[in-house]
Design a protein around this ligand. Structure first.
Ligand code: PLP
Length: 415
């Protein structure tokens, strides 16, 4: 039977529109990146057709000889990249990876310490509307009100007071280096396990720009699609002794059949991250964020913690314009072709839907080849669009300038 030809399906028109959007506008969402054509080809490969419940060598269905090889390759590459003893590459997402670790290490109702959501923690670190917060007793630690860095004294105090079974390190909106060593010391003091969720910074760690938590934390979880620049998905690194419980918590605990097309694409991305070019890339992400921080400060924004040493900045908009909310800034900037997200700042007086801040990340613009001079322009365009936000002509003029800036850096010029 011939394959149906659906070339006129509206999906292809929408795909073309999305390619144009990604090629012609600035993608500054800190959790996003551009996957390579090789990663996208693997994601669209025939591995999508296979059912492979189980693990290499122990599958429930036949026909998994080739799949076993591709999954084993992904595992050995990521273990080599991070120096880990064991890995599970099957999590469909970062959220699944975290929930599986909780399921393996905790009983419902157990106490866990995590960074408060309004201070940069992730939904899966105990939000009351997330399964993590519904099933476990999360206690939130904070950043200091002075320098806005993670308050390790507060972590220790809460650990002594609440005796958690697990301490979670890692963040989704925090612009500074997270050193795993003091967390380990605190976990040891109270006899807790330590999980490091490095979703945002996995690529910075792989590229040697940030400290590696493997060997310090008991378990390390991450997403493969943020700074690591692979397909959408999750991954868990662990010691040999925790591997049986964690593997069981992924399958059959949390998931059914693994998505072997994504696992093939993870294997491709892990090989890309092993190259010397990837180290240069990771270093440039950080340099670009620093350049953007300097230029935004010069434009009158206040940066949470005074700057950045990773891939993201959190800007407090009140210093720039007392009236401007994160919500309005996100909408105006999107119209100007500058895509980023509103974000609470520590102790934000506004609600999480309105916010006083925006989060800005450099992984995607760095992938497309932009360097420090473009960061200065991006800050200038942001400030122009926000100052001129009531003038449709000015916002449209910035959109045209953004398009011109992006043209020589289009990530997918041939799509
Ligand atoms: C993005 C993120 C996750 C969740 O990843 P998803 O793939 O969106 O489920 C978990 N933890 C942290 C810290 C993150 O930044």
């Amino acid at each position: 039977m011939p394959w149906p030809t659906l070339i006129d399906d509206p999906v292809w028109k929408l795909t073309a529109d999305e390619i144009d959007r990604q090629n012609s506008a600035l993608q500054l969402i800190a959790s996003e990146n551009f996957a390579s054509p090789a990663v996208m080809a693997a994601t669209g490969s025939v591995f999508t057709n296979k059912y492979s419940e189980g693990y290499p060598g122990k599958r429930y269905y036949g026909g998994n000889q080739v799949v076993d090889e591709v999954e084993s390759l992904a595992i050995s590459r990521i273990c080599e990249l991070f120096g880990a003893e064991a890995a599970n590459v099957q999590p469909h997402s970062g959220a699944n990876a975290n929930m599986a670790v909780y399921q393996a290490l905790l009983e419902p109702g157990d106490t866990v310490l995590g960074l408060s959501l309004d201070h940069g923690g992730h939904l899966t670190h105990g939000s009351p509307v997330n399964a993590s917060g519904l099933m476990y007793n999360f206690v939130g630690y904070r950043v200091t009100s002075g320098d806005e860095r993670i308050d390790l004294d507060n972590v220790r105090e809460l650990a002594k007071q609440h005796n958690p079974k697990l301490i979670v390190a890692g963040a989704t909106a925090y612009p500074r280096i997270i050193d795993p060593a003091p967390y380990r010391a605190i976990a040891d003091e109270v006899g807790a396990l330590l999980m490091f969720d490095c979703a945002h910074i996995a690529g910075l760690i792989a590229g040697d720009a940030h400290p590696n938590p493997v060997g310090v934390a008991d378990v390390v979880t991450f997403t493969t699609h943020k700074t690591l620049r692979g397909p959408r998905g999750g991954c868990i690194l662990m010691s040999e002794d925790l591997a049986p419980a964690i593997n069981k918590a992924i399958f059959p605990g949390q998931q059914g059949g693994p998505q072997e097309h994504s696992i093939a694409a993870k294997a491709v991305a892990f090989a890309e991250a092993q190259t010397p070019e990837f180290k240069t890339y990771a270093a440039q992400i950080v340099k670009n964020a620093s350049a953007l921080a300097a230029a935004m400060t010069a434009e009158g924004f206040r940066l949470v913690s005074g700057g950045t040493d990773n891939h993201l900045l959190l800007a407090d908009l009140r210093a720039f314009d007392e009236e401007l909310t994160g919500k309005e800034a996100q909408i105006v900037l999107d119209e100007a072709g500058i895509t980023l997200n509103r974000n609470t700042i520590p102790d934000d007086p506004r609600s999480p839907f309105v916010t006083s801040g925006i989060r800005i990340g450099t992984p995607a613009v760095t992938t497309q080849g932009m360097t420090e001079p473009e960061m200065t322009k991006i800050a200038e365009y942001m400030a122009r669009a926000l100052r001129g936000r009531t003038d449709a002509g000015e916002v449209a003029a910035v959109r045209a300038d953004v398009r011109a800036l992006c043209e020589p850096f289009a990530p997918y010029p041939d799509l």
